[in-house]
Design a protein around this ligand. Structure first.
Ligand code: AMP
Ligand code: MG
Length: 284
């Protein structure tokens, strides 16, 4: 089911597709496909959050009945792009028992001893779950490429490795929703400044984030390579403008609704005789 015609001029799954996108030309303050303002967006988010929640419950119910399919939301973006906000405002509308959340930071000494996909595979969603990756295997061709943490021959092979591995995931019943989140350099500065102004945001501030700003062009180049080389038919990228948080929350909600609707989930049938159980209950 498409989003309401009154709010979206075009489906979000079409307008955000990464096909042919030039990272340097993304309008990070845009609200592609959406006709309303912030207030409209926030109102619609309430409604659509309820739809998402219903679909998620179906996925979970089917998982409990042996369905091994899952959905994996991959959130990849620069600091302050709003990955945490997506988790709170989008994923927050669904039942936490149906969510497998994983955040990927600097690899631990143990993780460093293994292939880069090792720690990722350990966090894949189980059947019936929505997995959420706050950062992901893509860090291994982003921060790793920008800072030359491994040789170019090593990271250079990873794009194909990732494609192959994602193909397997999809074949095994995981629907991938890959979202590349973009803020402008100015908006990032504002958000970092806020983190320094507000005691309730200090915990999010990392002094290293300021230094990373000097590498902006290199990150743009690395993101471009990700979009050019890992935007496959079976696991496409969506490019999300993130200067307006309300838009990013609404758009990811729609992407997840679309992914779940694609699974055509009915409620699992009873594995008992309903009438017989009603009779038993009446007499109990
Ligand atoms: P945050 O998401 O703000 O908690 O920061 C996590 C940090 O871990 C970011 O600076 C990432 O670039 C970094 N990180 C994530 N994955 C890797 C990786 N595979 N190699 C090196 N650094 C990473
Ligand atoms: Mg950070």
């Amino acid at each position: 089911m498409a989003a309401k015609a009154t709010s979206w001029s075009k489906p979000v799954t079409k307008v955000l597709r990464a096909d042919g996108v030039r990272v340097g030309e993304i309008d990070t303050a845009a609200t592609p496909g959406f006709k309303g303002n912030k207030q409209d967006g926030e109102k619609l988010l309430q409604e659509r959050g309820a739809v998402l929640s219903d679909l998620q419950e179906r996925l979970y119910a089917n998982g409990r009945s042996g369905d091994t399919r899952s959905v994996l939301l991959v959130l990849q973006g620069m600091d302050t792009a709003g990955k945490g906000g997506i988790v709170r405002h989008v994923i927050g509308s669904v039942d936490p028992q149906g969510v497998d959340h994983a955040a990927f930071g600097v690899p631990t000494p143990e993780e460093k001893k293994h292939h880069f996909l090792w720690r990722i595979k350990r966090k894949l969603p189980r059947g019936g779950q929505i997995g959420v990756f706050d950062r992901s295997h893509y860090e291994d061709v982003l921060v790793v490429r920008v800072h030359e943490l491994v040789a170019p021959e090593v990271w250079g092979k990873r794009y194909d490795e990732i494609n192959k591995w994602e193909r397997q995931l999809v074949d095994n019943g995981t629907t991938l929703v890959k979202v590349a989140m973009f803020v402008s350099l100015d908006e990032q500065k504002k958000r970092l400044a806020q983190r320094l102004d507000r005691p309730d945001k200090f915990w999010k501030f990392n002094p290293d984030d300021i230094g990373e700003r000097a590498y902006w062009p290199q990150y743009q180049e690395a993101y471009q390579a990700v979009l050019d080389r890992t935007n496959t038919e079976y696991a496409p990228w969506y490019v999300l403008p993130c200067d307006r948080k309300w838009y990013s929350h609404l758009a990811v909600t729609e992407l997840l609704i679309d992914a779940l609707q694609g699974l055509k989930l009915d409620w699992p049938p009873a594995d008992f005789d309903v009438n017989e159980q009603k009779k038993r209950l009446a007499q109990a």
